[in-house]
Design a protein around this ligand. Structure first.
Ligand code: SF4
Length: 694
């Protein structure tokens, strides 16, 4: 029994965990949160929540929070607490010294999908206008950057096509590389409700996620593909649709580039792309694949939802375009109940991308090389912007190891734990002369930092988050920042210390600037958000109340673009030393690398990462349920306990990546998506052997 006491006031705000974007009433007594009550008028959650949002906010008051700035001359020295003024002066002098010594492009920064739109906008502004380069990237690099590339190529905009309400009009759901029960629980509840009402489910996933056998689902079709073969499976589905005459020709003729469609149709129709021809490679039963293809093409409104099991591959962007091809070929776009819907991982990963966090794009996904776009920013910011795209995170780390990149400002992201090839990340950080970590806790990256700027939690700030359905929602301050500064104020003071003037008094002024510079946000303001509750972009003169469903009459790019998606096997191969394929995922009660949830009571539900292994593979290795095992790959090794289950197929193992003790990314590979450098977390050749423990 938990004594919660009587609340004195309540404040409506938005969850800071996943991309569903549930809203809550934070019930307060003084500066203490008494409880978080799901907000019944929340458009994304309609009064529901999961255990993360409801219970895992206690990290705001955790004793390990760092509340005062700290500096040190080298990473071998102890930290020294300093005043905010001294920290900003030191940071600015170091950044200016490094630029004077090594050049304008020797420094950069990383924005956070955990922070607000306004904070993210300010960091990229500091880098582009204050640092004078485009060396800005975001943690979306390692999750949904292929979504940005693939969807903007096919449709002309980097976002999901539907709102969550759309699922209520869906007849067939194809779920690819996503496990919403654990990753997006409140959306999963809405999905289950629709499935209970009779919608059909196709699951494309190496692992038998719980929805496959859920009581909510009459008969899910599960295509348990071998990790790394998404493109081959989707091309085979397209093969069936084209060769069996199941395409929606009228839609394609009216809405898409017909000659590109014809090339694509001829490609997928080749016998080498048939389900029978690809079966040995993908591991998918050809008849099951044919039935799934027919169901998606002819079963009524077909909607595709996908997750990181699509994007985190060497062909992540290709897979996103293969999904877009399927939706266009079957006319499943432009109305409720259909569409292509990435289930975004972090609370504001959509917003971080919208706000110009990529090195080649200004806010609103406009290329930095466009003179007209740059000029609009230059006029307001009073600077001349660099027209060359900057470095992505992996390029920054490579350049650091090579000696040309010397300083990094990281806001709200633990790149040492969350990026692939941990040893390379460490080498890059160690080679830099100034690493500034702006975060809540001394995370793993902070071990390599010279300046630590304390961050503020979502409970301590004003701003907005944008969820997976492009819905912009208010984040409201419910308590005074324990560190004395909201994150946007920290960035502003750093900019001013460097001599680049910023003088915002409230995040609403930053949103006004975003709206003035970004056509898809032109109608967004805090006043409109108060009136409407939330707004789905695009919001402008043509759509003053926002846009729940996109591409209704035409695609943003004009004609929809079919792209030939040839399957190219990953370079990560199994062999005698590493005969199993590792893939990774999440669990309901924990969040990403666990920096927040591990500092809450949620650890009672999950306190370690386990390795799921098929009974056959476990028996071969003499491993029993609960035994310690050594998980080794070409990149590294770790130790964790085994969980024997037939949820994974023989030859496939699976684990979560929530605990720093496990550091699952020690074993993941250096391979990445050809278009975006998104790491290939989902395919690693490994060996599993018994172990005595860590
Ligand atoms: Fe909602 Fe996601 Fe937060 Fe859970 S973690 S309450 S599903 S936004």
């Amino acid at each position: 029994v938990i004594e919660i006491g009587t609340p004195e006031r309540s404040v409506v705000t938005t969850c800071a965990y996943c991309g569903v974007g549930c809203t809550f009433k934070a019930e307060m007594r003084g500066e203490e949160v008494v409880r978080m009550v799901p907000f019944k008028d929340g458009k994304a959650n309609r009064g529901h929540s999961c255990v993360k949002g409801r219970f895992a906010w206690g990290y705001a008051n955790h004793k390990e929070r760092i509340l005062n700035p700290m500096i040190r001359a080298s990473i071998s020295e102890p930290w020294r607490e300093v005043s905010w003024d001294e920290a900003f002066a030191y940071a600015a002098s170091e950044l200016k010294r490094i630029q004077a010594t090594y050049g304008r492009d020797s420094i950069g920064g990383i924005t956070s999908s955990r922070c607000t739109n306004e904070e993210t906008f300010l960091v990229q502004k500091l880098i582009r206008a204050g640092f004078g380069n485009n060396n800005v990237d975001t943690c979306a690099r390692v999750c949904h950057s292929p979504t940005g590339y693939g969807l903007s190529t096919a449709f002309g905009t980097s976002a999901g096509t539907q709102d969550f309400d759309s699922v209520e009009h869906t007849d067939v759901v194809m779920l690819i590389g996503a496990n919403p029960t654990d990753g997006h629980p409140v959306f999963a509840s809405r999905l289950k409700k629709r499935l209970r009402a009779g919608a059909k489910l196709i699951v494309v996933d190496p692992r038998r996620i719980d929805l496959v056998r859920s009581a909510h689902v009459e008969a899910a079709q599960h295509l348990p593909l071998k990790p790394g073969t998404n493109v081959a499976v989707l091309t085979s589905i397209a093969h069936v649709i084209v060769t069996e005459g199941l395409t929606h020709e009228a839609f394609v003729r009216e809405r898409c580039d017909w000659s590109e469609y014809e090339h694509w149709a001829a490609f997928v129709a080749q016998p080498a792309n048939s389900p029978e021809a690809t079966s040995a490679m993908t591991g998918v039963d050809p008849q099951a694949l044919r039935e799934a293809a027919r169901l998606y093409a002819t079963g009524g409104n077909g909607a595709i939802y996908y997750g990181l099991g699509v994007t985190e591959h060497s062909q992540g962007s290709t897979t996103v375009m293969a999904i877009a091809n399927l939706a266009m070929a079957t006319g499943n776009l432009g109305r409720p109940g259909v569409g292509v819907n990435p289930l975004r991982g972090q609370n504001n990963v959509q917003g971080a991308c919208d706000m110009g966090s990529f090195p080649h794009e200004l806010p609103g996904y406009r290329h930095i090389s466009s003179d007209a776009v740059r000029e609009s920013f230059e006029a307001l910011w009073g600077v001349t912007l660099n027209s060359e795209p900057g470095l992505r995170i992996p390029n920054m780390l490579d350049a650091a190891v090579d000696g040309s990149f010397k300083a990094l400002y990281v806001q709200g992201e633990d790149i040492l734990q969350s990026d692939p090839n941990t040893r390379h990340v460490a080498a890059g950080l160690e080679a830099m002369e100034c690493v500034i970590v702006h975060d809540l806790f001394l995370n793993e990256t902070a071990n390599y930092a010279h300046i630590f700027l304390p961050g503020s939690t979502f409970l301590e700030k004003n701003g907005t988050f944008t969820n997976a359905e492009r819905r912009i929602q208010r984040v409201r301050k419910v308590m005074t920042p324990r560190n004395g500064q909201e994150d946007w104020e920290v960035t502003q003071r750093l900019a001013n210390a460097m001599g680049f003037s910023m003088s915002y008094e409230h995040p609403s002024q930053i949103m006004d600037e975003i709206a003035a510079l970004t056509p898809t946000f032109a109608g967004v303001s805090y006043d409109r958000l108060e009136q409407l509750g939330s707004i789905q972009w695009p919001c402008n003169e043509r759509a003053p109340d926002g846009t729940p469903v996109m591409h209704i009459d035409a695609f943003v790019r004009g004609k929809g673009k079919f792209v030939i998606t040839e399957y190219v096997a990953t370079d990560e191969r199994t062999g005698p030393r590493f005969p199993l394929l590792l893939t990774t995922g999440r669990i309901l009660s924990q969040y990403n690398v666990g920096a927040q949830t591990r500092r809450t009571a949620n650890t009672v539900w999950h306190d370690e990462d386990r390795l799921e292994i098929h009974p056959h593979d476990a028996e071969q290795r003499g491993v029993r349920d609960g035994d310690w095992v050594r998980l080794a790959s070409r990149a590294g090794e770790t130790t964790l306990r085994a969980l024997i289950t037939d949820r994974v197929a023989p030859g496939v193992v699976y684990t979560t990546f929530h605990h720093p003790d496990t550091q699952a990314n020690v074993v993941t590979t250096e391979y990445s998506d050809w278009a975006t450098n998104c790491p290939e977390y989902k395919v690693t050749a490994v060996q599993v052997t018994p172990s005595n423990g860590p």
